[in-house]
Ligand binder design. Sequence first.
Ligand code: SAM
Length: 232
Amino acid sequence: LLSHRLTRVAHYVPKDSVVADIGSDHAYLPCFLVLTGVINKAIAGEVVRGPFESAQKQVQRELLTNQIDVRLASGLDAIELNDGITTVTIAGMGGPLICSILEQGKEKLTNVERLILQPNVHSKAIRDWAVLNQWRIVEEEILKENDKIYEIIVLEKSPTSVSWSSQQLLMGPELLKKQNGIFQEKWMRESSQWKKIVASMESTVQTIEIIEKKQELVKKIQLVEEVLQREN
Ligand code: SAM
């Protein structure tokens, strides 16, 4: 049974797309997509040997070796242009790591139509990357599993450049529109965490770095509180 988190990632995969799942671990996501008939062909990329072997075993167990190719490689090195990949999924990593994978493999994204990204933390890094590289946000989702809160960001190529406010970059333009209970909970958690950090910084030596970091956090707390207060 696929986790709720990966089921929601799978939800955004277009029917009959050719998927590359990067950092696939057990290849649960591509196996689920093929077994449920959403797609016919996928590549599961893994950079670490242990998870790579788990992915191979899982694909063999499900009798999907004809449809899912498991490759040992870092990031988008797992795919070639002639694989015909149309959707890339990268789930369960931090936003900055997801961005570095995209950035380092940019030339492999030429024919890719959709990126489905599920950052565990720092989703802002992904939105910053999207703006710089002309991808637009088509969907965003926030969900909770085992008391952890996750975001999903779905990107498609944008013919024109997009620009967002700092609030939208931090919290997500689509998530801001919806603002469900999980969204509120996430940002209440984050801002109370930041407040604790700011308070602890007050009692240390005020170096330039500390002062700058503090200002940055105070700015973020303000951005978040503006949104949360608007709602209440
Ligand atoms: N995608 C699965 C999920 O969401 O449940 C697995 C997430 S797991 C926490 C992250 C996986 O990404 C690990 O198996 C790790 O080895 C792999 N990984 C990390 N950096 C990678 C990279 N540069 N290229 C490919 N895989 C990577």
